[in-house]
Design a protein around this ligand. Structure first.
Ligand code: ADP
Ligand code: MG
Length: 645
């Protein structure tokens, strides 16, 4: 702590009051040496507080120069002024200006936050100061649990937190009973005896009598300046209790204390916080569940599509799936499939007919999809064999009763036994198992068995038209153009277009496009909920800034820079958003779980992407909607803010 020399010359401070201009200070020339104990006395309205605000760098003069330790304050920006306040001055106000939400200790620690002290340093220093001022047992008391005299002593401890080389006390005893007033005055004299400069502003001559120098002011002009010889001269000294200082940057412990303070104030105003958060909770819950719903729908519709690979086209009889003449059309034949197999863009091709038939092994019997296919079916559809050799060309040519089982068919009929070589009954046809397909994703729960197409026709169903032809297109060939080529070929062969081509790839694409569009729309709706929530946060933050204007002024007086205030309020907005966001996220998981448990047709699939999106949204909402209130807070003028009721 170094008490700086304070040098004012020709200081004028003007207030415009409608048409007329009032000079609150009108040409003040004054030098206060380090270590002085000065009383400034004058009637109410004489300009004492204005002078003190200028001395403490809370306010700037309109004319004249003011030097603190040789530094001209006119040259400083708001941050520079904040620095001077932090390093040199300690304020004591008539009405204490303690932050009601904070304990005595936390109030004293406040300036330490802006000086970059660590939490431990702040805590131990505040405890030391409070102990010294006789408040050792009131560290955790709130201001409303303390008497006026005790509160003023807390305020003095706060003034000493960062060193307090110059103590500026504006009517420090004005609100106190005479005994508490005596204690406070004795304390200020003691601090002066340590070498600190103490400036006491008072309208009370009895108080002024304690000083070594009394400056009388009236109508913004110094009337007299008299020194009372000191009993023992105290030389200004460097005392050892200067607070240690970290390099001044945004300190993590500052962020931490802003965050914990906002959590505490949320807890203190539960109803209000809950109402504020509701918008965020609803917004985040709907964004997350809506994005999850989109994901779930995508996954579900993919699972519903056939297992055939994306590069297969299927040719069906008729105009479309609901063609009434379907049964009468017999033009689609195995010969078509052989013709297609010769096309350069075709990788492989297979006829396919499906019927439903009872299959039975020993005592187990079940309905199955019985496929009649060419041996190339498995390659065409991208199936692989788990065991056995599968269907061969001679199974087709000789219509042999050999059958391949789907994994579900194998486990349904054979449990864990080996089906290979066993005979199963398909309707009245006895067929030998020659293969079991390998499991694959999305393969569903259908019991399917595969005969050669000829075996199906000749041994099971008798003459019936071919169901469809599955064509696998070569890699790198566009399914759309292959579809056109097949269309031409078959139309020519049939003489008319009595078939249609199901292009699963195209359908999947357009389905995904639709789901994507749907997603964008409902996400936009959910985002609106989030924005409404953000506006709610902004509203409550604006109210909070108004309610806490004096606290903001006080924080500035003890050295907070604009960005410190800004950060404080943005962190508070973020804290509300994050708590709300976390509850919203939990709500979304609960909705998803509930929908699953109740078997509702809401396939909500919450993935990391949805969670990440929600977190980013929460962060952005906090930043965007916290910005305006925080900026309002940061732009407050400290003098006006402190004077606010
Ligand atoms: P004191 O502290 O001695 O009572 P002040 O310094 O508060 O006096 O005020 C000095 C003069 O400046 C008074 O006439 C007061 O009305 C005027 N004044 C102070 N602050 C403002 C302000 N913000 N706007 C207009 N006039 C002001
Ligand atoms: Mg005043």
């Amino acid at each position: 702590m170094t008490a700086a020399r304070l040098d004012l010359s020709g200081i004028r401070r003007l207030y415009r009051n409608g048409e007329e201009t009032i000079a609150a200070l009108d040409g003040i020339d004054l030098t206060i040496e380090p270590g002085e104990l000065v009383a400034i006395v004058g009637a109410s309205g004489s300009g004492k507080s204005t002078l003190m605000n200028i001395l403490g760098c809370l306010d700037k003069p309109d004319h004249g120069t003011y030097r603190v330790g040789g530094q001209d304050v006119a040259a400083l920006d708001p941050n520079g002024l904040a620095y001077l306040r932090r390093e040199h001055f300690g304020f004591v106000f008539q009405r204490y200006h303690l932050v009601a939400a904070l304990t005595a200790s936390a109030n004293v620690e406040l300036p330490g936050i802006y000086a970059g002290l660590s939490t431990d340093q702040r805590r131990s220093r505040a405890a030391g100061l409070l102990r010294r001022l006789g408040l050792a047992d009131r560290l955790q008391s709130r201001p409303n649990q303390l008497s006026g005299g005790q509160q003023q002593r807390v305020a003095i401890a706060r003034a000493l937190m960062n060193g307090g080389g110059v103590i500026l006390a504006d009517e420090p005893t004005g609100a106190l009973d005479s005994r508490s007033g005596e204690t406070v005055l004795a304390l200020l004299k003691e601090l002066n005896a340590e070498g600190r400069t103490v400036v006491i502003i008072t309208h009370d001559r009895a108080v002024a009598a304690h000083a070594h120098r009394v400056i009388e002011i009236a109508d913004g002009v110094i009337q007299s300046d008299s020194r009372i010889p000191k009993e023992a001269s105290v030389s200004p000294c460097q005392t050892d209790n200067t607070a240690p200082r970290l390099p001044r940057s945004v300190s993590l412990s500052g962020v931490g204390s802003a965050f914990s303070m906002s959590l505490r104030s949320m807890a203190a105003q539960k109803m209000r916080s809950a109402l504020t958060m509701i918008g965020i909770v609803i917004g985040i819950a709907s964004v997350v569940s809506v994005v999850g719903l989109g994901e779930g729908m995508k996954a579900e519709s993919l699972a519903q599509m056939s297992d055939l690979g994306s590069s297969t086209l299927t040719v069906y009889r008729g105009k479309d799936f609901s063609d009434p003449n379907y049964d009468k059309i017999t033009s689609l034949t195995v010969a078509d499939s052989l013709a297609l197999a010769r096309q350069p863009y075709v990788e492989s091709v297979t006829p396919e007919t499906v019927i439903t038939q009872k299959v039975r092994y020993a005592s187990i019997s079940t309905d199955a999809q019985v496929y009649g296919v060419a041996p190339s079916y498995f390659h065409t559809g991208g199936y692989s064999l788990e065991k056995g050799i599968g269907l061969m060309d001679r199974d087709m040519n000789e219509a042999r009763a050999n059958v391949v089982l789907s994994p579900v068919a194998a486990t349904t009929l054979f449990k864990k036994a080996d089906p290979l070589g066993k005979s199963i009954m398909i309707g009245n046809l006895k067929a030998t198992v020659v293969g079991v397909l390998a499991e694959r994703a999305n393969s569903g729960r259908v019991v399917a068995v595969y005969l050669s197409y000829n075996a199906l026709r000749e041994r099971l169903t008798g003459a019936m038209p071919l169901g469809s032809i599955v064509v696998r297109i070569r890699d790198h060939i566009d399914t759309k153009s292959a579809e056109r080529a097949i269309m031409h070929l078959l139309t020519r062969r049939h003489g008319l277009k009595d078939f249609f081509i199901y292009n699963q790839d195209e359908i999947r694409k357009s389905m995904m496009r639709m789901i994507g569009l749907f997603n964008v729309l409902i996400t936009a709706l959910a985002a609106i909920a989030l924005v409404v929530g953000g506006v709610g946060v902004m509203n409550i933050m604006l109210i909070s800034v108004t309610e806490r204007t004096r606290e903001i002024g006080l924080r500035m007086a003890v050295g907070a820079r604009r960005q410190d205030i800004m950060m404080q309020f943005i962190i508070e907005a973020l804290a509300v958003c994050f708590v709300g966001g976390a509850i919203g996220m939990a709500t979304a998981f609960a909705i998803a779980g509930l929908a699953g448990a109740l078997g509702l047709p809401l396939p909500i699939l919450i993935n990391g992407q949805a969670v990440a999106l929600a977190s980013v949204a929460t962060l952005l909402i906090g930043l965007i909607f916290g910005y305006l209130p925080a900026r309002n807070a940061a732009r407050l003028d400290p003098v006006e803010a402190l004077a606010r009721e």
